[in-house]
Design a protein around this ligand. Structure first.
Ligand code: ZN
Length: 189
């Protein structure tokens, strides 16, 4: 039975590396995979999944009008697996398309993303993945400042922590760090 997987983790927990690894493993066995990435993520060119260690792979960009269900249904050969990067940025409607890919097309979907934003609210995509996923797995990494597990993202602007503002602010001069709960509250900046 195909399943919907949600693998979440703080920044730098190796989510993109894991996607690229899973895709490589399938393709090495001659099995096709489809990769999607939200076009909102412009750390790199739109339409690429990139890891900090330098690996990258082309992916289908998703915006609010992308019909992922039809793309997967009409793709030949039928993909063995669908992989989604940065799924926190997806809408509820997109997550429900992933559910249909699993339940109606019988294709497993693995979606990777952050769980909570820098103000510790769930992202929309993550909220619905937590509700609909068959399997939920945490990818772990350690806090930027100490040895505890990182479970939050700290936004820093001009050397100061920021606890308010828009959830998604890409292209500004802010930086994000994976942090533990204690360092999120009192970062040693
Ligand atoms: Zn810490």
């Amino acid at each position: 039975m195909a399943q919907l997987f949600f693998k979440y983790g703080a920044m730098n927990s190796g989510k993109s590396i894991e996607i690229l690894k899973v895709a490589h493993n399938y393709e090495e066995q001659g099995k096709s995979v489809l990769l999607f990435t939200p076009s909102i993520d412009n750390r790199d060119e739109v339409g690429y999944i990139s890891s900090r260690i330098g690996l990258r792979k082309q992916a289908i960009p998703i915006d609010e009008n992308t019909d992922m269900y039809s793309i997967v249904k009409n793709s030949l050969p039928k993909p063995h697996c669908v992989l989604i990067d940065e799924c926190q940025f997806l809408s509820k409607d997109c997550i429900l398309q992933l559910v249909r890919i699993v339940d109606e097309l019988g294709i497993p979907v693995m979606a990777f993303g952050l769980k909570n934003d820098f103000q510790n609210n769930l992202f929309e995509g993550s909220k619905y993945m937590l509700i609909y996923a068959d399997k939920i797995e945490e990818m772990k990494t350690i806090c930027w400042f100490c040895e505890r597990k990182a479970i939050m993202a700290l936004r820093v602007e001009n050397g100061k922590p920021v606890y308010s503002g828009k959830q998604i602010q890409i292209g500004g001069n802010e930086a994000y760090y994976p942090v533990c709960r204690k360092c999120h509250k009192n970062p040693p900046l």
